[in-house]
Ligand binder design. Structure first.
Ligand SMILES: [Zn+2]
Ligand SMILES: [Zn+2]
Ligand SMILES: [Zn+2]
Length: 317
């Protein structure tokens, strides 16, 4: 569970559709290439921290990392306004033109499409002078080739370069630097969980603190049995010589919180030794679970209704 309220606020922006996810910006620096301005600004953290945080959220299952863009840039000056440049493989001239070629089946002659056009509007083979009649029957469209206008070389594979307009260097395909940019999006399955964590947690904490309780969150407690429990929230307050302890648990059902969850919660509460147990359940409990919760006097609130949460005056558990 995420405890940092600022981080939960940030994720809430995504849950509520105010942010589409976390998109990268190409920003070369000493220790990386990418930054996530939305995260950095929202949390007031630096780029390296934001990148690590996003990766951590992937490992925790909150976010997934999706392809965003491939970035090509100059290995010398980091400019990414590179211009794709091609030259003739025979004479190195950049004066080459992409041209559609036709082939006449009878004489097997291929040439640029315009070479077949006759002033009469018909198509004549420039080699054997026969008229071309039906595409796919007596002649074929063989697609694009590059034609060098200086040496007439025809090629499908011109020599390719990337030119950096800033430092005017040329790079071949593998010399140009490449980096993949990823965006982080929320795992849809985490949305109900985040809703559960964010709003109710803050409200419950507020209510407890208002009532004078000290609140510990996601805390580890050794129970009477010696077993260690991680509890979502433990609130304590001295009432005279006695300490009143409230255990608050947050559960997200799939689709409903079931009886097993309630039994486990009861066992944990019993072992930890608290006077009051509150369960914030999203979206609610199964009928069985509800019955057991009543039996164990566990007070259940829907995540949307934590405003109604009241604290037992008398120890009731
Ligand atoms: Zn050429
Ligand atoms: Zn011909
Ligand atoms: Zn450059």
């Amino acid at each position: 569970m995420i405890n940092d309220p600022k981080l939960l606020n940030l994720l809430e922006q995504v849950v509520e559709g105010k942010l589409p996810g976390f998109e990268p910006v190409f920003a070369p620096r000493a220790d990386g290439w990418v930054s996530y301005p939305a995260v950095e600004e929202f949390l007031g953290v630096d780029t390296a921290y934001a990148c690590r945080l996003l990766e951590d959220l992937v490992h925790l299952g909150y976010l997934s990392r999706n392809f965003f863009a491939r970035m090509l840039f100059c290995p010398v000056c980091n400019s990414h306004n590179l211009a794709w440049t091609i030259v003739c493989p025979k004479c190195n001239s950049p004066n080459i033109q992409r041209t559609r070629f036709l082939r006449h089946r009878l004489c097997n002659w291929s040439a640029p499409e315009k070479d077949f056009l006759h002033s009469s509007g018909t198509r004549l083979c420039p080699k054997c002078r026969s008229e071309l009649l039906l595409l796919g029957n007596d002649y074929d469209d063989i697609g694009y080739r590059y034609l060098c206008l200086d040496c007439r070389e025809v090629t499908r594979a011109p020599v390719e370069f990337w030119r950096c307009p800033v430092c005017n260097r040329l790079y071949d395909r593998y010399a140009v630097r490449e980096v993949m940019l990823y965006k982080y999006v929320l795992e849809p399955s985490q949305v109900p969980k985040l809703r559960l964590e964010k709003i109710p947690r803050a409200k419950v904490r507020e209510i407890l603190q208002r009532e004078g309780y000290a609140v510990q969150e996601s805390t580890r407690i050794i129970g009477k049995s010696g077993a260690e429990h991680t509890v979502d929230m433990l609130a304590t307050k001295m009432q005279g010589p006695l300490e009143h302890r409230v255990l608050v648990s947050f559960a997200c059902g799939n689709p409903l919180v079931d009886a097993e969850e309630i039994i486990k919660l009861y066992a944990r509460a019993y072992d930890v030794g608290v006077q009051d147990v509150i369960l914030i359940a999203t979206p609610g409990l199964t009928a069985d679970a509800d019955e057991i919760a009543q039996h164990y006097r566990i007070r259940v609130y829907n995540a949307d209704a934590v405003d109604r949460l009241t604290l037992a005056v008398e120890p009731r558990f």
